[in-house]
Design a protein around this ligand. Sequence first.
Ligand code: AMP
Ligand code: ZN
Length: 492
Amino acid sequence: MSEEKAKRLTIYNTLSRTKEPFEPLHSPFVGMYVCGPTVYNDIHLGNCRTFISFDMIYRYLLHLGYKVRYVRNITDAGHLEGDRDEGDDKFAKRAKLEQLEPMEIVQKYTLGFHEVLALFNTLPPSIEPTATGHIIEQIEMIKKIITEGFSYETNGSVYFDVQKYGKKYDYGQLTNRKPEELLEGTRELGGQDEKRGRLDFALWIKAKPETLMQWPSPWGWGFPGWHIECSAMSTKYLGTTFDIHGGGMDLQATHHTNEIAQSKACNHTSPAKYWMHTNMLTVNGVRMSKTAGNGFLPRELFSGDHPLLERGYSPMTVRFFMAQSHYRSTLDFSNEALQAAEKGYKKLMESLSVLEKLSPSAASSVDIAELQEKCYAAMNDDFNSPILIAHLFDGVRIINSVNDKKETLTASGLETLKELMHTFIFDVLGLRDESKSMGGSDVTEGLMKLIIDIRKSARENKDWSTSDKIRDELKAIGIEIKDTKEGVEWRI
Ligand code: AMP
Ligand code: ZN
């Protein structure tokens, strides 16, 4: 592994609220757990931002040579509408609405989630465990938390005792909040409540006769609370303490705070060394979510079929748009920003074709090693992708200057530049060249050659209507052809 470069990696740790040098517990092995989707409906672009950000983080760790076990769960049970065990079961509600079995809902939206993430060119995690597949592990963990004295059973449900936990540990550690502040926003308990304290949360919830997904447990038939699944599955696959735990910022105050509490109560240790949180994708400053009505689906984004969209944008345009902002900054969606990203992405891809054609000179007039260093420095600074992209555009300027004979590069300078551009654009940022990959490279190339030849014959025969028809109809399906001095060029 690239020891020297890996040594300089710093990560912003939500727990300490500082950037810390990344020192894995068992280098070169890295354990990373990211909270996955709740698969009761289609994922929206906001969710995608979080998973794409962690994909870039995963890719950079792999590039540095770490052997990463990346665990990203699928929440397929036990998620009520409110974070604090309130409201209906999301899966049961959806199953009724679509007149399907809850597990059909799970299957349908898990497949949809995988399809979307594949379009965005994200790498699959090493393990993708499901909550329903780990009921036994969750029950075992709850039993241990009861034995340790941090939870209580009431009428077939089990609750975590936050007040008791707070006497030994700091419950508000992750959000840097005091108990009084944490109580703000929670409702007073009524006489009907089974919980002893307002901050207490469910580890196990007693099933009603009509509950569709329920399992037997020492406390009767029921289902697990949402937070316990991540504690049980991260412990099972990564151990009681592992390196990185991540998710969207909205998970920090409740879900992750409760995960820490459960793990400390059960295993007497904090689950993760580094806590990483991605910021939200917003529309006009409002967080993108289904409930706000501004959470459009990736397929609507690609087709342009949504009132917020002026037209469609390709998956790589969107991925590039996301990489242009740091994962800890909010990112506001707009058509203008996506159109600018589309231009930037195309410019980057076009520069790679130019780079292939450059000829070496006897001496270099620019220092490519320095540029390479700057790219690593950007990523080592808490995965600063916008700064990395700025350096990659310095690379584009160099490519164009060499092409215009204003700068020169030796053969080895050209090699380093190629390696640098390819590594950071494809391996680290996770982009792909859509003009090459859409439709299956060789077949597309072959068909385009055939069409261009037919058009050429038509033009030689002065059959302008056929030639124009070919150009216009290709344009209508998103393929542009251009007549240049060197011949006909095309791009998707
Ligand atoms: P969910 O399926 O609702 O549990 O969300 C899956 C992931 O998407 C979680 O890590 C959330 O924090 C994240 N997420 C939800 N909304 C947004 C948003 N608008 N921007 C970025 N991430 C989000
Ligand atoms: Zn989780």
